[in-house]
Design a protein around this ligand. Structure first.
Ligand SMILES: NC(=O)c1ccc[n+]([C@@H]2O[C@H](COP(=O)([O-])OP(=O)(O)OC[C@H]3O[C@@H](n4cnc5c(N)ncnc54)[C@H](OP(=O)(O)O)[C@@H]3O)[C@@H](O)[C@H]2O)c1
Length: 245
C-alpha cells in the first residue's frame, strides 16, 4: 500500500452490498459510526435485523440485474461502495477437495455469485462515483483466489471465481482511471473472519487469526482509508499488505 501522510476521509455516501452477511453487517455498523459519513445504504436480499439509524436498506439480489440497477438509481452518487457478498458453500454445494467433485452447477453458481454479481454491481455503481474527488469501489475477494499463493489446491470453484474477480477488478480499474483519475477499484482479503461462511473451517485456526467481524470491518476500513489512486487495480489484505495475483 502506498505510504500516505494521513488517512483520507472515508466517504460521504457509503454503500455496503451484502449487508446481511457477517462482514457486511459489521461494515454497515462501522461506516455508520464515522462522523464524516452522511448516508449509509445497506443492500441485501433479506433486511438485516439491526440497522443503525443512519442506514437505509434497499433490496438487492445479485442474480437479478434489475434489482442492482434499481438500487443504484435510488442512491445516485456514492463515493464508497464495498461488495461484501460471496459464496463458499451452502446446502446446494460443498467445496471441492478433488477435480473429481467438479460439477457444472457448482462452478456456474460460484461464478455467478462471486464474479458476475460483483461485476454487475460495478457496472451499476462505477458511473456514479464522483469525478472531482477520491472515491473507492472495493470487493471482498479471498487470498485463496491468488494463483501464485495456491500451494494447497482444493476449493476449485471458489478459488477460480475469486481469481476471476481479481482479474475483473484490475480490468475495471484501467477503464475507470480514464474518466475518474481519483477513483480506486480494489480487491480486499478480510483475513479469516468468524462468520457463517468460515464456520465449518474455523477448527485449527489460532484464536488471534480468527477475527471477529467487527474487528475485520475496522481493519478493512483502515486499509481503504490508506489507499491512494496509485493503488487502484490491486489486491490488499486486511493488514494493508499487497497480495500477488
Ligand atoms: N469469512 C471469512 O473468513 C472470509 C475469508 C476470505 C474472504 N471472505 C469473503 O468476504 C465476503 C463476505 O463473507 P462473509 O464471511 O461475511 O460471508 P457470509 O456471512 O456468508 O455473507 C455472505 C453474504 O453474501 C450474500 N449473498 C449470497 N448470495 C447472494 C445473492 N444472490 N444476492 C445477494 N446477496 C447474496 C448473503 O446474503 P443472504 O443473507 O441473502 O444469503 C450474505 O449477505 C465474501 O466475499 C467472502 O468470500 C470471507
Amino acid at each position: 500500500m502506498t505510504e500516505m501522510t494521513s488517512p483520507a476521509p472515508l466517504a460521504r455516501t457509503a454503500v455496503i452490498v451484502g449487508a446481511s452477511g457477517g462482514i457486511g453487517a459489521a461494515l454497515v455498523q462501522a461506516v455508520s459510526e464515522r462522523g464524516e459519513v452522511e448516508r449509509v445504504f445497506a443492500l441485501s436480499r433479506r433486511r438485516p435485523l439491526d440497522l443503525p439509524p443512519k442506514a437505509s436498506w434497499l433490496s438487492i439480489d445479485l442474480e437479478r440485474e434489475a434489482t442492482i440497477d434499481a438500487a443504484a438509481a435510488a442512491i445516485g452518487e456514492a463515493d464508497l461502495v464495498i461488495v461484501a457478498t460471496g459464496l463458499l458453500q451452502d446446502q446446494r454445494q460443498a467445496v471441492e477437495r478433488s477435480y473429481r467433485a467438479l460439477t457444472t452447477e457448482a462452478m456456474a453458481r460460484s461464478y455467478l455469485i462471486n464474479t458476475i454479481g460483483p461485476a454487475l454491481v460495478a457496472k451499476a455503481f462505477l458511473p456514479r462515483l464522483p469525478k472531482d474527488r477520491r472515491s473507492v469501489f472495493a470487493v471482498l475477494s479471498a487470498r485463496v483466489g491468488s494463483i501464485s499463493d495456491n500451494g494447497l489446491g482444493g476449493w476449485h470453484s471458489y478459488r477460480a471465481s475469486k481469481a476471476a474477480l481479481n482479474m475483473m477488478v484490475r480490468t475495471l480499474s484501467i477503464e475507470v482511471r480514464r474518466e475518474r483519475p481519483l477513483a480506486l477499484c480494489v480487491a480486499l482479503h478480510p483475513g479469516t473472519v468468524a462468520t457463517p461462511l468460515s464456520a465449518p473451517f474455523q477448527k485449527g485456526v489460532p484464536t488471534e487469526k480468527l477475527f471477529p467481524p467487527e474487528l475485520a470491518a475496522e481493519q478493512l476500513l483502515r486499509v481503504v482509508e490508506g489507499l491512494s489512486p496509485r493503488d487502484s487495480g490491486r489486491f490488499f489484505a486486511w493488514d494493508g499488505s499487497e497480495i500477488a495475483p
